[in-house]
Design a protein around this ligand. Structure first.
Ligand SMILES: Nc1ncnc2c1ncn2[C@@H]1O[C@H](COP(=O)(O)OP(=O)(O)OP(=O)(O)O)[C@@H](O)[C@H]1O
Length: 236
């Protein structure tokens, strides 16, 4: 059974429908979207504002449920699972990075990266070693004990990425991970993100408005009329 699960793509979305109803109005954001992320594949999601990028990422991350269709993480149909199991899968298999870092202000960089591991039951010592390793990869070995308030924007976002990778997720979902940073910082943080994701063989879906960044990924997709469609990567 575990071989079957390991052979399944880290993420597969089949015919996903998501509509928002407010009062008399119904907005069909996703109308049967299909998307598969293969192991180690990095996919850019580039689409105009309001077309459903965040909605797609929330569904992929099991933060919301589709109105129809299914979301499978490592071959498991999340829709068929109890909420507690969905939470476990989200915690153990999926990492999230948002435009704003959402670090806990009263905890150091190291502690922010340790926390999700300890919640997942990893011993303090191992969690600390993993946090230090990841933060070093992101060039923050000299910032381990700093509180987020003492870090620059780029440093905070690196900590957030390290935190997202702490539990060795199979899938990384990122919503404009460098959208809040200046161009140079954004490039540097993005380099570190891509390098680490590739080195760890993590499948990633990264929403960005920046076509230059998107071209550095393996594949680009967009949202059109509620469906995921490929975009030709002219730099490939
Ligand atoms: N909870 C909600 N209730 C009603 N409508 C919603 C809700 N969440 C999103 N929407 C609407 O669904 C559409 C898609 O929203 P979404 O946030 O997924 O777009 P997006 O592509 O991520 O946009 P942006 O690039 O601006 O962040 C938008 O028109 C938005 O107003």
């Amino acid at each position: 059974m575990s071989d079957v699960l390991n052979a399944a793509p880290p993420l597969r979305m089949d015919g996903v429908v998501r509509r928002y109803v407010s009062g008399e109005e119904t907005l069909d954001v996703l109308r049967g979207a299909d998307l598969t992320l293969h192991a180690g594949e990095i996919v850019a999601l580039v689409a105009p504002s309001g077309t459903g990028k965040s909605t797609l990422l929330h569904l992929a991350g099991l933060l919301e449920k589709p109105d129809a269709g299914c979301v499978m993480v490592a071959g498991q149909d999340a829709g068929a699972l109890m909420d507690a199991r969905r939470t476990e899968i989200r915690r153990d298999r999926i990492g999230f990075v948002y435009q704003f870092h959402h670090l806990l202000a009263e905890f150091s960089a190291r502690e922010n990266v340790m926390l999700p591991q300890m919640i997942a039951g990893i011993a303090r010592r191992a969690a600390r070693a993993r946090a230090d390793e990841l933060l070093s990869i992101f060039g923050l070995a000299h910032r381990l004990d700093h509180l987020p308030g003492k870090l620059s924007g780029g440093e905070k976002q690196r900590v957030a990425i390290a935190r997202a990778l702490a539990n060795r997720p199979h899938v990384l979902l990122a919503d404009e991970p460098t959208g809040n940073l200046d161009v140079n910082t954004s490039d540097a943080v993005f380099d570190a993100l891509l390098e680490t994701v590739r080195a760890h063989g993590v499948a990633a879906l990264i929403a960005t408005h920046n076509m230059d960044l998107a071209r550095r990924m393996d594949r680009i997709v967009t949202l059109r009329d509620g469906l995921v469609v490929p975009v030709e990567n002219t730099a490939a």
